[in-house]
Design a binder for this molecule. Structure first.
Ligand SMILES: [Zn+2]
Ligand SMILES: [Zn+2]
Length: 710
């Protein structure tokens, strides 16, 4: 137990404060006090030296990084020479100059080789000039820790790995050391990384692996440069004393892992040290994990995910072969995007094997009538009904180890955009692509949430795969069909494509089956139960596509850009097939009526009363909103008559019309909007809106700030 007392004496004349720290230790031999005095000059964040360092960070984006580092180096040494700064200067957080410079690790993934080498030699020069790399900040983090823990999750940048190892070794050689703070946050106590748990705002699946490199980097330092020190029982000593023996100061339980020592591990297990809570951390090293499990501990939940994040094939093998360990939908989902094919094979083949065992047990122990209900057939494998089969079998005395099922789920919800995996599951015997889940949804209606962000072509290929295996595009949900959902997803993907430079060429290179599927979406005339002026008699799949494309809060400039993109899509879909040079007149009218209505509605800023809007609308509200916006809806109807005539008279193609004449007409209509009546102004003011320059009735004004949601 270490008690740390800190005193800060402010030396106002010098505008710096000095810190003294005492540490007292209770060791095995009783109570001893070893006061250690450690002085560091605490300077403000806007001091010359730290301003120069943080100023450099600001310039990294806009200027040549290597030159920025060079000039920062000159400024720093100049300040030392002139006595404007001291080598022991630190911020209130305890961060020293070296902490800030090693903290540049977070920018280094974008740097070129020259910048990385300049960064390394800058640090080397500072070490040579006598800056101490052995200071920990108040979180206990040393500069070497910052190099490792700030590494990130990118596996492909081998040069960045090497420079990290090199800088870290320089720091260790000059007297620095690492602590537990060097490890990834997953091995720290009470540390939470919100990015790891965050859900995408658009509801799509996140396929980020968050690989952990901390142990791999430390092991490489050990292999390449050698790590000083073996396990010492002096861990109660203050870190700087322990440093005399060690390059890394860690809790006892992690020592076998750092040195990959089976001997140390066995000794600890014999001494009864609790390693159960470290199982996930030990998935970084297969031998260690095996020893813990052999000693009688069961693998903890999430261990397989941890082994995947460590990219440790050995540990994955141990866990999937452990029948106490459960493999379910999350594990299959991770396998769908893991970059290591060997790991994917281990998880998928073991999962298929287990499902076969469950099926064999169901066939042997459940009555034929129940098997029929659960659609158990010898030719196929249990999919959505595995959960019911498991529960029924669990009520008997059959041994179900490793076959746990927790809820109804379909394997076809889990393959993401990995069609090889989809094919593999299909050939293993999984069927029932169109089975409904507890919420009445099918794989097709859930395609948006079960697919990570991807290109339109990839999304359409996946959808096409599901349809080709029997998924029903007309499956009815509470409102609308599966095709409505596909339409909405296509619109949303187009919305996200607006920032991409090659969006137009992506649309032009859509494959034949994808274009055909889009044609079905655009031409289908089934309607949902919505009552909204954006589409008369309910929304068609075309309407839901447009509402994905043009979400409620989109400014006019973006709307114009998106309509342009949509026009490209229309050209590709409508005029791609040589066999159909002329469009069916009914299809043509469905398209022009639907599209013109929706985009005009959107340009007039009319409020949606659709049931699937972001805000749940109740029936009474629909009438109230439509009453309030009646003048706008009348404008809409009047404009639509004018636009349809114009389109017919001029014989224009729809894509060119909506990006040309329609746009001009719409803009000129919006610029001559009638002034607000005194009644409307009174209503606006009542809502708490501030009108800039509003003096008397009828004068021009603009709305400065409006309360949200009105
Ligand atoms: Zn609708
Ligand atoms: Zn609507």
């Amino acid at each position: 137990m270490t008690l740390l007392h800190r005193r800060i004496f402010c030396r106002w004349a010098l505008r710096i404060s000095l810190e003294t720290s005492f540490s007292s230790t209770i060791g095995a031999g009783g109570f001893s006090i070893s006061p250690k005095l450690e002085f560091r000059a605490i300077v403000p964040i806007n001091s010359e030296i730290f301003s120069a360092l943080y100023g450099a960070e600001e310039s990294f984006r806009s200027q040549d990084v290597s030159s920025v580092i060079q000039s920062t180096r000159e400024a720093l040494f100049e300040a030392f020479r002139e006595g404007k700064a001291s080598k022991s200067d630190a911020l209130e957080s305890g961060d020293t100059i070296l902490h800030v410079i090693t903290g540049w690790q977070k920018y280094s993934s974008r740097w070129d080789t020259r910048s990385r080498l300049t960064w390394r030699s800058f640090i080397k020069d500072l070490l040579q000039a006598g800056l101490s790399p052995d200071r920990a900040n108040y979180r206990g983090q040393t500069p070497a820790d910052r190099m490792i823990s700030g590494f990130g999750h990118e596996s492909s940048d081998l040069e960045k790995q090497q420079i990290t190892i090199d800088i870290c070794s320089d720091l260790l050689k000059a007297g620095g050391y690492m602590t537990r703070e060097a490890l990834d946050w997953r091995h720290q106590e009470n540390v939470f990384n919100p990015y790891y748990y965050v859900w995408r705002g658009d509801g799509r699946r996140t396929d980020d692996l968050f690989e952990d490199f901390s142990f791999r980097l430390i092991w490489r330092i050990t292999d390449e440069k050698g790590l000083q020190g073996i396990y010492t029982s002096k861990r109660n000593l203050k870190a700087r004393d322990a440093k005399l023996n060690q390059d890394i100061d860690l809790p006892e339980e992690l020592q076998p892992l750092i040195y990959k020592s089976r001997k140390l591990m066995t000794a600890q297990l014999r001494r009864g040290i609790d390693l159960h809570r470290w199982i996930k951390t030990y998935t970084r090293w297969g031998d260690g994990l095996a020893l813990i499990l052999q000693s009688g501990h069961a693998p903890t939940e999430g261990a397989l995910k941890a082994a995947c994040e460590a990219n440790c094939e050995e540990s994955v093998k141990i866990l999937v072969n452990d029948h106490k360990y459960f493999i379910g939908n999350e594990e299959l989902a991770i396998a769908s995007f893991h970059p290591n094919q060997a790991i994917v094979d281990l998880i998928v083949s073991e999962f298929i094997d287990r499902r076969k065992r469950l099926q064999a047990l169901a066939e042997a122990h459940l009555p034929r009538s129940v098997q029929d209900q659960l659609r158990i057939e010898s030719q196929s494998l249990l999919n959505v009904h595995a959960y019911e089969a498991y529960k029924l079998l669990a009520a008997t005395s059959v041994d179900l180890e490793g076959l746990l099922e927790r809820h109804r789920w379909s394997v076809f919800d889990c393959f993401g955009v990995n069609l090889d995996l989809a094919d593999r599951l299909w050939s293993a015997g999984f069927r029932g692509v169109d089975e409904i889940d507890d919420d009445d949804k099918t794989c097709l209606t859930k395609a948006w949430t079960d697919t990570p962000p991807c290109d339109l072509e990839v999304f359409l290929q996946k959808t096409h795969w599901l349809i080709s295996k029997g998924a029903d595009i007309y499956h009815q949900k509470s409102s609308g069909s599966a095709l409505h959902d596909i339409g909405n997803s296509v619109g949303s993907i187009l919305y996200w494509m607006k920032e991409e430079e090659d969006s137009s060429s992506k649309i032009h290179s859509l494959s034949e089956p994808s274009t055909a599927l889009l044609r079905t979406v655009l031409s289908d005339i089934t309607r949902d139960d919505c009552e909204c002026a954006c589409s008369l008699n309910g929304c068609s799949p075309l309407t839901t596509l447009l509402s994905g494309l043009l979400p409620t809060r989109t400014d006019h400039g973006t709307v114009a850009k998106l309509i342009h993109l949509f026009a490209e899509l229309l050209r590709v879909v409508l005029f791609h097939s040589k066999s159909e040079p002329e469009l069916d007149p009914r299809f043509k009218s469905h398209l022009s009526v639907g599209i013109l209505r929706f985009i005009t509605f959107k340009s007039l800023d009319i409020t949606h009363t659709c049931l699937h809007e972001y805000r749940k609308i109740v029936p009474e509200e629909i009438e109230a909103i439509q009453d309030e916006e009646e003048p706008l809806i009348l404008d809409l109807e009047r404009l639509l008559t004018q636009f349809s005539e114009e389109l017919n008279v001029h014989g224009l193609q729809l894509p060119s019309y909506i990006t040309g004449l329609w746009r001009t007409n719409m803009a000129s209509f919006l610029s001559t909007l009638r002034p607000h009546s005194s009644k409307e102004i009174a209503q606006i003011l009542e809502l708490g809106v501030i009108l800039d320059g509003h003096k008397t009735q009828g004068e021009d004004f603009c709305i400065l700030a409006a309360a949200e949601d009105h």
